[in-house]
Design a protein around this ligand. Sequence first.
Ligand SMILES: Nc1ncnc2c1ncn2[C@@H]1O[C@H](COP(=O)(O)OP(=O)(O)OP(=O)(O)O)[C@@H](O)[C@H]1O
Ligand SMILES: [Mg+2]
Length: 346
Amino acid sequence: MGAVTVTLHLDGVTKDYGDATALRGIDLDVEDGEFFTLVGPSGCGKTTTLRCIAGLEAPDSGTIRFGERDVSGLPPEDRDVGVVFQHYALFPTMTVRENVAYGLQFDPPAGSVDERVDELLALVDLSGMGERMPDELSGGQRQRVALARALAPEPDVLLLDEPLSALDARLREQLRLEVKRVQRELGITTVYVTHDQSEALAVSDRLAVIHDGRVEQVGDPESVYESPATRFVAEFLGENNCLDGRASRGVGGETGGSVVTVGEREFEVAGDHAGPVTLCVRPESLDADASHNQFAARVTDVEFLGDAYRVHFDWNGRPILARLDEPLSGSVTLGFAPDDATVLER
Ligand SMILES: Nc1ncnc2c1ncn2[C@@H]1O[C@H](COP(=O)(O)OP(=O)(O)OP(=O)(O)O)[C@@H](O)[C@H]1O
Ligand SMILES: [Mg+2]
């Protein structure tokens, strides 16, 4: 199964709904066998992008290619895509087996349908559940059936639109690993949509952060998290303290980097920067024992997270968030290493 090589390309895809612009020119290149995620806030255009790829929606302009094949004008059934939506759309009056077999009706397997269904049920870890009805399954099991049904006709591309969002947190974490395992086993080119940034970071080979109908940044989870290209990405993927300031080049003291002045305070940062900038420091990069870039801030709130404390500070009227091992109070001197900061031009 899934042995075909399929890359996926979107070039300048736009889509308006009446007066509302959903997509403002989406460019994406997904590699063969890649687990590629579209992540972004509600309404940014993720579902619209996925529906354009599936052929359920026609772009106003731009092209969509699967490998060399321009699929822009093709109806969904000619695109060889498998789709799983957020709300499990299983047929309630059909058994699990019949639901999965439905995925084979237009594309019967060479061998027996029963054997193929058994193979698919085993793949999603539902062996022996074929005779159950959908309402006899848990939410997670239903989503596995939906996944098996989407995979039944051996699609070239698998499209998943928030397939886990109706499930509780623990089950979501379990099932996202499961989805990833199935995807790897089949080596199927996959586009996964979520608004959950931690899910996107956890499962993706690469991800695209979508904002207001545009792609803000594409990359593997680590590099996008560590080097956000825009303030939007810096604040959307994980938490961040973003402070507007002004950078001066080549005055970075011991580090040989630059200095960013925020209010009255000068911070040393790595790299060459000048002019108006936004200084971004992750809550986990702030430390009460840091030897660099110290500043005194007042604790305003403490939240216990289990493995750490999320401590809210006020620094001269600016809210600051730190992830610390201890629940501090009063006035605290925080600091951060120069190369832990991200400096974005404004
Ligand atoms: N059928 C429609 N008619 C009119 N506007 C629409 C339609 N579908 C989507 N939109 C608008 O297009 C924009 C993008 O919607 P889309 O469903 O792609 O967002 P999304 O990123 O999937 O959001 P969510 O995370 O909430 O699912 C939104 O502003 C939405 O209101
Ligand atoms: Mg959506």
